[in-house]
Design a protein. Structure first.
Length: 41
């Protein structure tokens, strides 16, 4: 049962890690450039 859950959830978990890494990398560059975003909503 646990093995089935791991087999099912490894790809979404990996994608969460990848997306978190990409957002952190890009966010560091945005902060380094001191870009200020204005809320449009």
């Amino acid at each position: 049962m646990t093995g089935d859950l791991v087999a099912l959830m490894w790809a979404p978990f990996l994608m969460c890690l990848v997306l978190t890494g990409i957002h952190a990398y890009l966010g560091i560059h945005v902060i380094a450039r001191e870009v200020v975003f204005v809320d449009i909503a």
